[in-house]
Design a protein around this ligand. Structure first.
Ligand code: NTF
Length: 817
């Protein structure tokens, strides 16, 4: 065994440290401390161990000399750290005992931790899983993100409508796992102008910012699974440099100097709550530059401190851009190399273009970032010049490849021409990176074929795929101890670090005793969720029913409203067709809508209203319940996912880049009902088509239907069940005395043109549900399928994703310490 905390843990010292923090840090005695203070003191005592390991890792010459990946992301949706870190440190049992001796129950203390909700959804959660897998496999990594004061808003429902409240995730006491690193602070400029000087006849351009702020780093520990390696997740907080820049005050940038006072505290105040949608707000671009600039400088600081030459940057460091949000890091590195370090453009470009790699996470046009040229010009004048220069040189290549083809130039240019010229961040990323990857096989194919076909020609081999993954430590071992123990009894305890081993339980898929044990664990997990719902929502649930789950951000392309239509069809049939037999089910939703996304909020309202009626209708009884769990977040997912029988992955084919909830639920033994979209395609490949319910149009089918001209009314008039289900939304069935309150959803699906083809996929969706419902009545047959789902999704460990990045993109070595 590797020497880990487990082997050197001293209980008495730990207990002493907890008590010390209770009094010295939180001013409480053992008698007066609340659970929260006990949790905080315990967290502090544990964080002391990880901070020490973080410093040891950071100062280890083996790490300093090895190539590292720098993962730049505006979002890290890490979830609660305490429970998971205890598992990684191998201290779960010891701390349970140590705290019990202090009169504290660990499970209760863990509930005191607020989720650090520093991300919106899949993109941010992926970044968190990736950090875990880098540390688990000891690939040298630094994560760079933002230290938002407010994370994603808290969601509640008032009369069925979403209400948002700010989430001060650190609480008044601060977050016990974070440590400030003031010695690593950076100064970041904005606005101002570019000075031109001539040195030995050579033009030297220098940016003189009009406003400067401070970037203060906070490190969170990313603990390697069963190792002492701890990497930093470095989150930058924006602080004002008091009082403000006198230089810019005096040289006429008076207004911009004032800006510093107003904006500095604002830059990292709040996470933008949009998922798969960019709104183009100035403050968001400021966040992006602030994050990129602080991170690039920290990378260069480490590189130079280790004694390496600038020319060796690509040998020592790689910078992975998590979507286009940190794109401005590219011109920032160029600016530093050319303007500050005095390198020639060509030398600087060679370094930069071999250091950056870019991950694309979406094809949705509304999510592809473009920024007004005028805004970048004002906020970052020197960067705009550099972007022009990059573009100018690139377009020369385009002209060589396609002489005289103006259309190609217009399409590939970083600048989108028009009345308001826009900077296309994705184009800049592709041009300025050495590799570009999509996040699932189908998605990466579409990136090559539909999004960047010309880039794929001009840069052969640059576009590639890395299928997403999830960390099995959080998403099985920690969140589903019952199933974890069952698995370990059969195949040993190595699987959390080698998920392919799960295949070893496939042989028990038809073993009646194992099936019973597997289903008993599922039942316990369903009971845990049912208890939560009873306690928090006052709804009583029958755990014999199918637990059917759709949990993800609310978005039309994800089609929660298709799920709703199916529920309406069940309601209609239960009431109107006495011969209709349906397997009892509970339909769970959990989803936040972006505060400015009107229709998404209307869909939430519609589901809540339909749920209210159905759950209280004696004609329906226990045949159907609908539960919309408020405030979806990582810690809630940890309760819902282990309890799922059915995983809904029903996006319109071609729209969901990958999905990762699909992987989490399959791993926990849920059967997927899904479209041929994102990673569903690969899940089907792994588990076999008899163990998944695939329905609906595929990408080609979608394209053909759209080409032929799609009219939702054709389906509405042709399918009586569909019509009856939809029509329920127009009256006052669910909003007594107030007809028409749910019309927004109805309208979007008919007069609104149904952009995501819900009506076209309805019939085959209903059919897939019927098959699935029948199958559930054969519990042994169901158990077999569920077990095979768990057994056969080992591919989707994020350890494998990270190895793909390491082998095909980052080209670095694991450093065992
Ligand atoms: C999301 N993209 C995709 O919508 C998901 O399908 C995917 O699983 C995750 O990324 C992780 O790759 C975004 O959130 C964004 F911002 F790119 F739109």
């Amino acid at each position: 065994m590797k020497p880990t905390q487990q082997t050197s843990f001293d209980k008495a010292t730990f207990q002493h440290d907890v008590k010390m923090h209770l009094s010295a840090t939180y001013a409480k005695t053992e008698e007066t401390a609340t659970s929260r203070e006990w949790y905080l003191a315990m967290g502090k005592a544990l964080a002391e161990i990880t901070t020490l390991d973080l410093l040891k890792t950071e100062q280890d010459p083996k790490i300093q000399n090895a190539k590292s990946v720098n993962y730049l992301s505006l979002e890290f949706l890490i979830g609660r750290l305490t429970g998971n870190n205890l598992i990684s440190m191998g201290l779960y049992e010891q701390i349970t005992e140590a705290m019990a001796e202090l009169g504290q129950n660990l499970t209760d203390l863990l509930e005191e931790e607020r989720d650090p909700s520093l991300g919106n959804g899949g993109l941010g959660r992926l970044a968190a899983c990736f950090m875990d897998s880098c540390a688990a496999q000891e690939f040298p990594t630094v994560g760079y993100g933002l230290h938002y004061e407010y994370g994603l808003f808290k969601q509640s429902f008032e009369e069925g409508r979403q209400k948002e409240a700010p989430d001060a995730w650190r609480g008044v006491e601060g977050y016990p796992w974070e440590v400030a690193r003031p010695e690593l602070a950076q100064e970041i400029g904005f606005y101002g102008h570019v000075d031109v000087e001539y040195v030995n006849g050579k033009e030297v351009r220098k940016w003189v910012p009009g406003m400067t702020v401070k970037a203060m780093p906070w490190d969170l520990p990313i603990v390697g699974y069963e190792s002492d390696t701890v990497y930093p997740l470095r989150l930058w907080e924006c602080q004002a440099i008091a009082p403000f820049s006198l230089a810019s005050f005096n040289n006429g940038d008076y207004f911009e100097a004032q800006h510093s006072l107003i904006d500095a505290g604002n830059i990292t105040k709040v996470l933008y709550p949009n998922d798969n949608h960019e709104k183009g707000k100035t403050l968001r671009l400021m966040q992006q530059y602030f994050h990129s600039a602080a991170s690039v400088r920290d990378i260069l600081r480490r590189h130079e401190a280790a004694g390496f030459a600038l020319a060796d940057l690509p040998k020592q460091e790689t910078i992975q851009l998590n979507d286009t949000h940190p794109t401005i890091a590219i011109p920032e590195l160029m600016r530093i190399l050319v303007d500050e370090k005095g390198l020639s453009w060509d030398k600087a470009w060679e370094i930069s273009a071999n250091t950056f790699a870019y991950t694309n996470h979406t094809l949705l046009p509304e999510a592809l970032e473009t920024w007004p040229e005028s805004l970048i010009q004002r906020l970052l004048p020197r960067h705009m010049e550099i972007i022009f220069e990059i573009n100018h040189r690139f377009l020369q290549e385009v002209r060589k490849m396609w002489p005289g083809d103006g259309e190609k130039q217009a399409k590939l240019s970083i600048i989108q021409e028009g009345f308001n010229r826009m900077v296309r961040m994705a184009n800049l990323c592709v041009i300025g990176s050495y590799k570009v990857n999509g996040v699932a096989a189908l998605h990466s194919q579409l990136v090559k074929k539909d999004l960047f076909p010309e880039f794929n020609e001009i840069f052969p081999g640059k576009l590639t795929n890395v299928t997403n993954g999830i960390t099995p430590r959080r998403w099985l071992k920690f969140c589903n101890p019952g199933l974890s123990n069952l698995i370990s009894e059969k195949i040993g305890t190595e699987w959390p670090a080698k998920l392919e081993l799960l295949e070893g339980i496939a042989q028990y898929a038809t073993d009646a005793k194992f099936q019973k044990a597997f289903m008993a664990v599922k039942k316990q997990n369903k009971q845990r969720l049912a208890d939560w719902v009873q306690e928090n929502m006052g709804i009583e649930l029958d755990t014999n029913a199918i637990f059917d789950v759709q949990i993800k951000r609310l978005h039309e392309y994800k089609r929660q409203h298709l799920d709703l239509l199916h529920i309406l069809s069940l309601y209609h049939r239960i009431i109107n067709d006495p011969s209709f037999e349906c397997t009892p089910r509970v339909c769970f939703f959990a989803a936040k809508a972006a505060p400015g996304y009107h229709l998404a909020k209307e869909i939430i309202f519609a589901v809540n209203k339909v749920a209210e009626k159905i759950n209280n209708d004696p004609r329906i009884g226990n045949k159907l319940k609908v539960v919309f769990i408020p405030d979806y977040r990582v810690s809630m997912a940890e309760i819902i996912i282990p309890a799922a029988d059915v995983s809904q992955q029903i996006s319109l084919a071609g729209k969901e880049a990958s999905g990762t909830g699909n992987m989490k639920m399959a791993l926990n033994g849920a059967l997927t009902i899904g479209t041929m979209d994102g990673a569903n395609v690969e899940i089907r490949e792994e588990v076999g088509e008899e163990n998944i319910y695939i329905f609906g149009l595929d990408v080609e089918g979608v394209q053909a239907l759209k080409a032929q001209g799609y009219n939702p009314y054709d389906y509405y008039h042709a399918d009586p069940l569909l019509k009856a289900s939809l029509d329920l939304l127009t009256g006052d069935e669910f909003t007594p005395g107030q007809p028409g309150l749910l019309r927004a959803t109805f309208d979007s699906l008919l007069d609104g043109g149904d952009p995501y083809l819900c009506l076209a996929d309805f019939a085959s969706y209903v059919q897939a549900h019927e098959e699935m419902g029948k199958q559930y009545q054969d519990q042994a047959g169901w158990a077999k399928k569920a077990i095979l789902n768990t057994a056969l999704v080992g591919k989707f460990t994020s350890d494998r994703s990270i190895r793909d990045y390491v082998n095909n993109i980052w080209k670095l070595e694991s450093v065992k310490r």
